[in-house]
Design a protein around this ligand. Structure first.
Ligand code: ZN
Length: 184
């Protein structure tokens, strides 16, 4: 990413890659976008590159490529944005729509976090630190989101592990929350 600032217009980043995932629907209250959820994903697990995450969010993962893919290729999931190891941002779902990233989840007593959250997936896993490029891109993206959706304050940025603690670890032990939140 060379841009210093990302612009959001009508729910889309104007200067980032865009791939349209079919995995989304309407938010119950489009005015309530008030939580940011950070995730990690790698496909196959603990491997980077290959483009399989994009295929997965697009519903086009080839089940014959890897045994793990055969188990997950029919899952209908997505995130609003994905940040690869080089810090390249791709948007899959309009921010004003509901992406399917959080699953069974609860934040401050409220369930179904997909209803009112934006989801960002970092290409990563619990065994490797994230890259400098990813932190730079995530900070830039988060600032743009906070400015377009001011109900998302620093106190309302969480990991998947915080809203689904029984099921999820991400963004995992290597994600540097202090560095991230201080950069905003
Ligand atoms: Zn997650």
């Amino acid at each position: 990413m060379t841009e210093k600032r990302l612009y959001i217009k009508q729910g889309w980043l104007e200067n980032a890659d865009r791939l349209l995932s079919p995995h989304f629907d309407q938010r119950p209250d489009p005015m309530d976008i008030s939580l940011l959820v950070i995730h990690y994903i790698s496909l196959p697990p603990q491997q980077f590159g290959g483009g399989y995450i994009k295929d997965f969010f697009l519903g086009k993962l080839n089940p014959t490529v890897h045994s793990y893919f055969a188990d997950i290729y029919q899952m209908r999931v997505s995130a609003h944005c994905f940040i690869d190891r080089l810090g390249q941002i791709t948007q899959f779902v309009n921010f004003n729509h509901r992406a399917w990233h959080a699953g069974l989840s609860e934040f401050q007593g409220r369930q179904k976090c997909n209803d009112f959250s934006i989801g960002i997936e970092l290409e990563g896993c619990n065994e490797s630190p994230f890259t400098m490029h990813q932190y730079v891109a995530l900070t830039m993206l988060t600032k743009s989101i906070m400015s377009a959706y001011p109900q998302i304050t620093k106190e309302r940025i969480v990991g998947h592990c915080h809203i689904a603690p029984e099921r999820k670890l991400d963004p995992g032990q290597y994600f540097d929350w202090r560095k991230y939140l201080d950069s905003l």
